[in-house]
Design a protein around this ligand. Structure first.
Ligand SMILES: [Zn+2]
Length: 432
């Protein structure tokens, strides 16, 4: 048994989905309140937390800071950590020029381990406590990330990226080896501690029908795991998919025909969707993952966040490292806000915070463990300093109510705003 800890400050609480109910009914900031944690879990929040604190509770004063769930990044490529912010290309050229040569390097298990450690340390620096990441075609790249996550106590989703065409020598598997390797990895890792597996075809252009079908068969055998891939990111890519799969009704149909469309599916980007695709994703409750910094950085387009989320589709938020240009979910929320503005919509700070935590946790089917501050959930916590830089601090001083004090940090903040990070009740950043 460990001693309880009481974190006092502004506490972020969710009671609903702020896209399908009015945001002020779903998201609350309990001002000058508290959060009680013990044995790696959240015990209580609000005034009940103070009342429930045992006499030997250790107090952590975060007055004026926002105590919130750790960020959940629902789509990333940890192997691209070392080539983030590479200049001048769009999707297909960007993959060939920058991504594939770097992913090749992860054939070396020692390099995969070094990048896994570097990546998870960087995301923790930015207040992110859970990620869903693509790996490379090398099974060792999956072991490396799960081992690094285990060492840090982090809840991570990952899977071996499968590609058996339109990728260079050294980065192609086959339909059979993708099936065999993915099966062995999911049996080894899924449900081991906080590790969860996702079957991971990169996207339809780099998989043959045979490979997609083999992975669909594996998913049918193991419906408890997730499936993550990409969908309708760029217009050129969609035309390429039409050439490669002339029989398909649309991009989503290339997955659907192979048994790779389901409730536990995660479809990254999903920018240029046809009405049929939206209907199918909605019917199944499949997860869409919005990657706004990536969409602007590689020029993909403007995701319809407000339209899709208001229609009840499950949407998470992600950096898409290293197609995205930042490890920060603060920067990612700012980009989501900007893209919505270009579509004529204003996303509220409450909606952005929910999306970056509870929304992402929901598409990962882990809402019972992460993404919210609620009794019984893991004590995976980010404490945000709402005046971390002089520019933000002077703006906050003008704020008349608490949401005005929060929004500047979402728009202008970076890792300097992350005062503390806790994973399973253990402080892993800050607290000097
Ligand atoms: Zn991606």
């Amino acid at each position: 048994m460990t001693r309880a800890r009481l974190l006092s400050g502004h506490v972020l609480q969710y009671t609903g989905n702020p896209f399908t109910t009015p945001w002020h009914e779903a998201v609350h900031i309990l001002e000058n309140s508290a959060l009680l944690i013990k044995d790696g879990q959240i015990v209580e929040l609000g005034e009940a937390a103070r009342a429930a604190a045992p006499p030997d509770t250790i107090h952590h004063d975060h007055s004026g800071h926002l105590i919130m769930p750790g960020f959940v990044d629902a789509h990333a490529h940890y192997p691209q950590t070392a080539m983030i912010a590479s200049w001048g290309k769009r999707l297909i050229d960007w993959l060939n020029t920058y991504t594939f040569p770097e992913e090749m390097r992860l054939a070396d298990p020692a390099y995969a381990q070094a990048i896994s450690d570097r990546y998870l340390d960087l995301v923790l620096d930015h207040g992110t406590t859970s990620v869903a990441s693509f790996c490379t075609i090398h099974p060792g790249s999956v072991d490396a990330l799960f081992q690094a996550a285990e060492a840090r106590g982090m809840a991570v989703v990952a899977g071996k990226t499968c590609m058996d065409r339109n990728a260079p020598d050294g980065l192609r598997d086959s339909a059979q080896s993708a099936y065999d390797d993915s099966k062995a990895l999911l049996q080894r890792w899924h449900g081991t501690g906080r590790a969860r597996y996702a079957i991971t075809p990169r996207f339809s252009p780099t998989s043959t029908r045979e490979q997609l079908q083999a992975l669909g068969a594996l998913w049918a055998e193991h419906p408890e795991v997730l499936m993550q891939t990409h969908l309708s990111e760029q217009v050129d890519e969609i035309a390429w998919v039409q050439d490669l799969f002339p029989e398909a009704r649309d991009y989503l149909d290339t997955y659907e025909a192979a048994g790779l469309l389901g409730t536990r599916g995660l479809y990254g980007h999903a920018i240029h969707l046809a009405p049929r695709e939206i209907d199918r994703l909605s019917e199944l409750g499949a997860g869409l993952v919005h990657c706004p910094t990536s969409n602007t950085f590689i020029g993909s387009g403007l995701f319809d966040l407000m339209g899709l989320a208001r229609a009840g589709l499950a949407v998470g938020l992600a950096t898409d490292t290293g197609g995205g240009s930042s490890f920060s979910m603060l920067r990612t929320m700012a980009a989501a806000y900007e893209i919505a503005q270009l579509r004529g919509e204003a996303v509220h700070a409450a909606q952005l915070l929910w999306l970056a935590t509870a929304g992402s946790a929901a598409v990962l089917h882990r809402s019972d463990e992460i993404g919210s501050l609620a009794p019984g959930l893991a004590a995976d916590i980010c404490v945000l300093d709402l005046g971390a830089t002089p520019a933000i601090a002077q703006r906050r001083r003008e704020a008349e109510q608490v949401w005005d004090a929060v929004f500047p940090t979402l728009m202008m903040g970076d890792d300097r705003a992350v005062a503390e990070v806790w994973v399973q009740g253990r402080r892993v950043r800050g607290g000097n």
